[in-house]
Ligand binder design. Structure first.
Ligand code: NOJ
Length: 771
């Protein structure tokens, strides 16, 4: 069985990385190079090192605990940064979002620099700035790249208006361990979906390229493997096989680079024993060499500093030198930057000044392309207007509608009619802060629509809506670094009487026609530094749910989450379960839209939903091994298949799949087969379906997964409507990284093709790849 190596993809990817879309580059390469080289020629080594340093600028008084955790002083931060600005030794700032403050600090930079070089302002624009979108994992659950792109375009417009030039997004880390809290920031377990979502986000943030009006630089992160932290413990080491790295963890990064991302952020942890931020192979050989990335690389916060912490670099000077030599153009620092030692490192011959100039060139090129050298300041009046644009809320509402996933709907309990009496239960149902989710800072709580608000607004006078929290909020055992921002820790309601409140919720449910119970995790329990050792519903939520179900009133469970939770009891005892994630500013409105059937649910799970924490990791794309028939009974105490499979999500309608065909029986390596399938809405109402295409290679030079996603399309079909969809299967879908030959291969083999509404799809056909 011959193996066909496929050529390294450098040339095609480099070309794509340069592609700036239909509008082309806003500034020509020659203009950019000319301006940048003229500046570099006049800069001192200290100024160059400064250009490569990005500082946090916090106008906060963080706690001592936090300072101890970071090993840095936040309180001395503003004075230290302003002094560096006055010396012309700052390349970028982060965490400033007030346009007035942006202009003040920019003035310090421009006036402090002998060359008048402005700073870049970066920020974690993860799922919106003022208008908050559903969290990234929810956006991925829409399986709708167009919707994702539009959402990030709105986020970019708001960020740009506030004076931010660069978003530390998207997070494109594959996550297969939901104990890891940052699963919420990515697109889940799958490289194909992850790549599509990554590219859509880059397009949304950057538009046609650096300098596009109303857009910002996209910074995909964290290169690479961060999601595979040992035990799901954030920041801990990662050990990935060659096959996993190339076939699973790297493809979303490559897709983001191909989409033209202007920046890449490194990861905190050791990847196979080498800190990612000091990993020359990853940054120089793979990112720049193989993928042709021509933007600038930034370290994660304090990650250059951390090279010493890891026991990799001897001291800060060594850390800075090793990071620059590995390919980290800019250091993101809280304080005491390692890159401040670069002038010494150049003098000592540890860093070649040409290498330093290369880093400076990439950073300055981004500034020139963004138009910063021509217009460093932001229009403060326009910022106010743009941030208040109601059109942004409309996009966020659509996004929240499209990301909801209907996990279960026994007896077609949903959609509800807005009549009779409706009980809304659970503390998350009326929590504005939690509705938004983590990784947001500039939100407006007054504009945020909770589930309770949304239900009340939609029901109007048509139904009586009652509310009872039932239980008090649950708390983390260890506080989060985000607690310093205020409003992130749920407050216990005053005079909360646990027994009386539980009884009140139960009575409300008993006396209502239907109970909507909103459960999940408080938003500070998920995200960065929010790993968990269990997946149980925190606090007294399961007991609350059980008590409400025991009343006999039909229950709809709404899950507010960024990771799968242990829903084994609910999946057997609650007729309807809708995953609403953290749905954002317009979340409650969108949830009401879906619950009352104004729009159909059509999202699908971007991960396999485990039954229990002990099953982790559980993925749909496992290989077939000894006793495959026993796959669901690998544990003696619990079924080993997921509770809900990857790609699962119901509709208020039903879909049937037929006529799965391939346009030819046989192709040769390098050729493309076209698969088509017909989908019919056989239900009574219009509905959305994500048509999914999976392959399995029967034999070859490596064992391949039992299923791999290789295509999807979200469609809206009227009742009775059929549509035939086509999917290409060519080198991009059929090649894989072979760990034995250490190269991309396309095997001669038989390829089984499956299509359906989730990863267990049964409709199948096949074709062969012949030499
Ligand atoms: C650390 C996080 O890992 C990264 O994702 C984020 O962008 C930076 N901090 C800046 O906030």
């Amino acid at each position: 069985m011959p193996v066909h190596p496929v050529p390294a993809d450098r040339a095609s990817q480099a070309a794509a990385a340069h592609a700036r879309g239909p509008a082309g580059p806003v500034r020509s390469d020659a203009e950019v190079a000319g301006r940048v080289d003229a500046l570099i020629a006049q800069m001192s080594v200290a100024e160059k090192a400064g250009q490569l340093t990005q500082y946090f600028y916090f106008a906060l008084q963080p706690s001592e605990d936090l300072e101890a955790a970071f090993g840095a002083s936040f309180s001395r931060q503003p004075a230290m940064v302003e002094a560096a600005l006055a010396r012309g030794e700052v390349g970028a700032l982060l965490f400033v979002t007030d346009p007035v403050e942006v202009n003040r600090l920019q003035r310090l930079a421009v006036e402090g620099s002998r060359h008048g070089i402005p700073v870049l302002f970066g920020f974690d624009v993860i799922h919106g700035l003022r208008t908050i979108f559903p969290v990234p994992i929810a956006m991925a659950a829409s399986w709708d790249p167009g919707c994702i792109e539009q959402g990030q375009a709105v986020a970019a417009r708001e960020a740009c208006a506030a004076g931010i030039h660069w978003a530390f997004a998207p997070m494109v880390d594959i996550a297969r361990d939901p104990r890891w809290g940052r699963i919420i920031e990515g697109a889940g377990e799958d490289p194909y979906l992850g790549a599509a979502v990554a590219a859509a986000q880059v397009r949304g943030l950057q538009g046609d390229g650096l300098g596009s009006p109303d857009r910002v630089i996209a910074g995909p992160k964290h290169l690479a493997g961060y999601g595979a932290a040992l035990g799901g413990r954030d920041y801990d080491e990662v050990n990935l096989s060659d096959s996993e790295l190339w076939n699973v963890y790297l493809p979303p990064f490559r897709a983001a680079v191909q989409a033209g991302a202007g920046n890449i952020m490194t990861a905190y942890m050791d990847l196979n024993g080498i800190p990612a931020t000091g990993n020359r192979w990853l940054l120089a050989e793979v990112l720049r060499g193989m993928w042709g990335f021509d933007g600038f690389v930034v370290s994660d916060a304090q990650a250059v500093h951390d090279l010493r912490t890891h026991g990799f670099a001897a001291d800060l000077a060594d850390a800075g030198a090793r990071a620059v030599n590995a390919g980290v153009d800019m250091e993101m620092a809280i304080g005491d930057p390692a890159y401040a030692h670069l002038p010494d490192a150049v003098r000592a011959g540890l860093v070649d000044e040409d290498v330093l100039d290369g880093c400076v060139r990439r950073v300055l090129s981004a500034k020139v392309r963004m138009g910063l050298l021509d217009q460093p300041y932001v229009d403060e009046d326009r910022a106010r207007e743009v941030l208040a644009d109601p059109a942004h809320r409309a996009v966020a509402r659509t996004a929240a509608q499209r990301s909801a996933v209907l996990l279960r709907n026994e007896g077609s309990l949903l959609p509800l009619t807005a009549s009779g009496s409706i009980a809304v239960i659970g503390p998350l149902a009326d929590s504005r802060r939690d509705t938004l989710g983590p990784w947001v800072f500039d939100y407006d709580l007054g504009e945020t629509v909770t589930v309770l608000d949304g239900i009340r607004n939609r029901a109007g006078d048509g139904a009586v809506v009652g509310y009872a929290p039932g239980i008090r909020p649950a708390h983390r055992a260890f506080p989060s670094m985000f607690d310093m921002f205020g409003g992130n820790t749920p407050a216990d309601p005053a005079d909360f009487d646990d027994d009386a409140e539980l009884a009140r919720a139960v009575t409300l449910a008993r006396e209502s026609d239907v109970a909507l119970v909103v459960l999940g995790e408080w938003q500070n329990m998920i995200g960065e530094a929010a790993s968990r050792s269990s997946l149980e519903l925190p606090g007294g939520q399961l007991a609350l749910l059980q008590a409400v179900v025991a009343t006999g009133t039909p229950v709809v469970l709404l899950i507010m989450n960024g990771r799968p939770l242990d829903l084994r009891w609910a999946a057997e005892n609650v007729p309807a379960i809708l995953d609403i994630w953290y749905p954002g500013t317009e979340g409650g409105t969108a949830v009401a839209d879906v619950i009352f059937g104004d729009v159909p649910p059509g999202g699908k799970l971007p991960f396999s939903w485990p039954r229990t924490v002990g099953q982790i990791p559980v993925i749909y794309s496992h290989t077939i091994s000894h006793q495959p028939g026993n796959q669901g009974r690998r544990y003696w105490d619990e079924t080993s298949t997921p509770l809900f499979p990857f790609g699962h999500g119901l509709s208020y309608s039903r879909f049937e799949y037929r006529d799965l065909t391939v346009d030819r029986n046989q192709i040769h390596p390098g050729q493309t087969a076209i698969v088509s399938v017909t989908v019919t809405n056989t239900g009574q109402r219009s509905g959305d379906e994500v048509v999914q295409l999976y392959i399995h290679q029967r034999h070859g030079s490596a064992s391949r997964p039992v299923r791999e996603l290789k295509g999807f399309q979200r469609v809206t079909l009227a009742a009775g409507e059929s549509r035939t969809l086509e999917f290409p299967l060519g080198p991009g879908q059929l090649r894989y990284w072979n760990a034995a030959t250490r190269d991309w291969v396309i095997d001669t083999s038989t390829i089984d093709v499956f299509s359906g509404g989730d990863s267990t799809a049964e409709l199948t056909t096949s074709f062969t790849i012949a030499a």
